[in-house]
Design a protein around this ligand. Structure first.
Ligand SMILES: [Fe+2]
Length: 285
C-alpha cells in the first residue's frame, strides 16, 4: 500500500485516510497520525476496508473503552460491542438491527453521563439510492453563533434523555420495543453543559441536539424551547455540514464531541446494513 495520507475534504469537516488497511495491525506511528487527523477533521473516511467485526472492535479499542448499546436485541451475535444498524428483516419479519437509528440530529449517547467520544460505522450493505449520513461541525456552530444567542446560552446546562423522542419513534417504526425497567434505568436523564470544551483540543462546541436534548435547566419552559429551537437551527446551517455518500466497505469514524449527525434515510424496499462501535468519552465540561 502507498504511504499513509490524510486528504481533507472540500467541506467544513472530514478527511479521507488513504493507504491504510485496517485488517492489518496498526503501528503506533500510524495510530498517532490517525488520532491527530481525527481531532483536526472530526470525520475520517477509510475506503474499501475488508474487515471483520473483531477487527473493527480492535481498531475502535485503540481509542478507548467501548460502550454497549441499551438495545441489546440489536447486538451482532457474538459481538456485544457491535450494534447492527439496519432496515432489514429476517425470514420471520423481525428486524435484524436498529432501522431508524439517527433520524434526528444528535451526538451519540449524549444521554449518558459519559457520552461517546466517537463512533465507527462500517458499511455491510448499502442501498442503491439514499442512505447518506450528514455531519454538522459544532465547533463552527459555536464560533459563528450570533452574540445575543451566545450571551443567552453562557453557563447554561441542558437535560438529555434517550426517551425524549422514543415514544414518537415507536409509533412509526418496528424497531423500538418497549424498554424493560432495567433498560429504562440505564437511560435516566442526565445534565450536560450547553457549550462543552473538547477535552483533547480545548475547542468549544455547542452540545445540544434535536434528538436527545429536552430542556435548558432553570429556564422557563417556553423560553427554553424557543432558545433550543434557535440553537438547533443555527447548528445545522448548510455551511456547517458535510454529507457522506457511502461507498461499499467504507469505514467512517467521527468525533461526537465535535459533531452532530443525522441519517438521511433510504427507500423502505432497499437494504441497508452497517456495523457500529462506540467509544466511551469523558464527562462533558
Ligand atoms: Fe448516531
Amino acid at each position: 500500500m502507498s504511504p499513509l495520507q490524510i486528504q481533507a475534504f472540500d467541506a467544513p469537516l472530514g478527511a479521507e485516510v488513504i493507504g491504510l488497511d485496517l485488517a492489518r495491525p496498526l503501528a503506533d506511528q500510524a495510530f498517532v497520525r490517525i488520532h491527530r487527523a481525527h481531532l483536526d477533521h472530526h470525520v475520517l473516511v477509510f475506503r474499501d476496508q475488508r474487515i471483520t467485526p473483531a477487527q473493527q472492535i480492535a481498531f475502535s479499542r485503540r481509542f478507548g473503552p467501548l460502550q454497549i448499546h441499551v438495545l441489546h436485541q440489536f447486538q451482532l451475535a457474538g459481538f456485544e460491542e457491535v450494534l447492527v444498524v439496519s432496515n432489514i428483516k429476517d425470514e420471520h419479519g423481525r428486524p435484524i438491527g436498529l432501522g431508524d437509528a439517527g433520524v434526528y440530529w444528535h451526538s451519540d449517547l449524549s444521554y449518558k453521563a459519559h457520552p461517546s467520544l466517537g463512533s465507527m460505522l462500517h458499511a455491510q450493505e448499502l442501498p442503491e439510492t439514499g442512505g447518506d449520513t450528514l455531519f454538522a461541525n459544532m465547533h463552527m456552530a459555536w464560533d459563528t453563533l450570533p452574540a445575543p444567542l451566545r450571551a443567552a446560552t453562557a453557563g447554561l446546562k441542558a437535560e438529555h434523555t434517550y426517551l425524549a423522542k422514543y415514544a414518537e419513534l415507536q409509533k412509526r417504526s418496528p424497531w423500538r420495543p418497549d424498554l424493560s425497567d432495567e433498560q429504562k434505568a440505564q437511560v435516566r436523564p442526565v445534565v450536560h453543559p450547553v457549550v462543552r470544551t473538547h477535552p483533547e483540543t480545548g475547542r468549544k462546541a455547542l452540545f445540544v441536539s434535536e434528538h436527545f436534548t429536552t430542556r435548558l435547566v432553570g429556564v422557563p419552559e417556553d423560553e427554553s424551547a424557543a432558545l433550543l429551537r434557535e440553537l438547533f437551527a443555527h447548528s445545522v446551517r448548510p455551511e456547517h455540514l458535510y454529507r457522506h455518500a457511502w461507498q461499499p466497505h467504507d469505514m467512517v469514524f467521527w468525533d461526537n464531541r465535535s459533531l452532530m449527525h443525522l441519517a438521511a434515510g433510504c427507500p423502505d424496499d432497499q437494504r441497508r446494513k452497517l456495523y457500529r462501535t462506540t467509544i466511551e468519552g469523558d464527562v462533558p465540561y
